[in-house]
Design a protein around this ligand. Structure first.
Ligand SMILES: C[S@@+](CC[C@H](N)C(=O)[O-])C[C@H]1O[C@@H](n2cnc3c(N)ncnc32)[C@H](O)[C@@H]1O
Length: 222
């Protein structure tokens, strides 16, 4: 389990190419969340350019036939997907919808947001996909958000993703002992899941306070 404090583009450049089996990540969504270090409010155009930059590093460090999952709001993932399909050799596999039944953030003059999109890419066609014989998995999945009262909630971090969601990707797209990378570690959810599932893990995070939160959380995980 390795946690790297720094900017993910700079830090991924230091990782060897073709060295990681899976990348699962939940980047900043460009909606003005205060993560302490980055602005999270670029122009749409600059945001998409920045996403393509770090995704190109993901492409470089992924092993042949490795997989990449990117969680974001659908309107951002739609634009990211068009650019990634044009500017990289990654193979687009599926647009997955994550639905979370919610009673928070209800909009009186708009549809209440209750879903996120997940882009699934691979670097080759002989990728791992660990379904048992006869088993199927739909591209529409439902998991609750991590709420303040949730058992897994850690203090001091605003946007924690549910462990069950990340487990799904790690179990489907890797085997025990494989290497998983999350370039936007946050509170360490991907690391916790990897420790529970016996995968090796590298996490990168810009904010030192979040690195400490993630480290504490991963260390406590059995
Ligand atoms: C949406 S959160 C990730 C939450 C995570 N999935 C979890 O469950 O805790 C995005 C994280 O990316 C970090 N971040 C923002 N810009 C970064 C950069 N350039 N390099 C590395 N981390 C960055 C933020 O500090 C924040 O912790």
């Amino acid at each position: 389990m390795k946690i790297i404090h720094g900017d993910c583009i700079k830090e991924m450049k230091k990782l060897p190419e073709n060295s990681v089996d899976l990348i699962v990540t939940d980047p900043p969504y460009n909606i003005g969340v205060n993560y302490g270090k980055n602005k999270d409010k670029l122009s749409q155009e600059d945001y998409i350019k920045w996403c393509v930059k770090w995704i190109k590093q993901c492409e470089r460090v992924l092993k042949r036939n490795g997989s990449l999952y990117i969680i974001n709001y659908p309107e951002s993932n739609a634009r990211v997907m068009c650019e990634v399909n044009r500017q990289t050799k990654l193979l687009f596999k599926r647009w997955i919808m994550w639905f979370y039944p919610t009673n928070i953030g209800c909009s009186p003059k708009n549809w209440t947001r209750a879903s996120r999109s997940i882009l699934f890419y691979t670097k080759g066609n002989r990728y791992k996909f660990n379904l048992k014989e006869g088993e199927v998995i739909d591209d529409f999945i439902e998991f609750n958000l991590v709420k303040n009262v949730s058992k897994e909630k850690v203090q001091g971090f605003p946007n924690q993703i549910p462990e069950k969601l990340i487990s799904l990707f790690v179990e489907l797209s890797t085997n025990k002992g494989d290497i998983v990378l999350d370039p936007f570690l946050g509170s360490g959810t991907t690391g916790v899941v990897c420790k529970k599932l016996d995968r090796n893990f590298i996490g990168i995070e810009l904010n030192s306070k979040y690195c400490r939160i993630a480290e504490g959380r991963i260390n406590k995980t059995k």
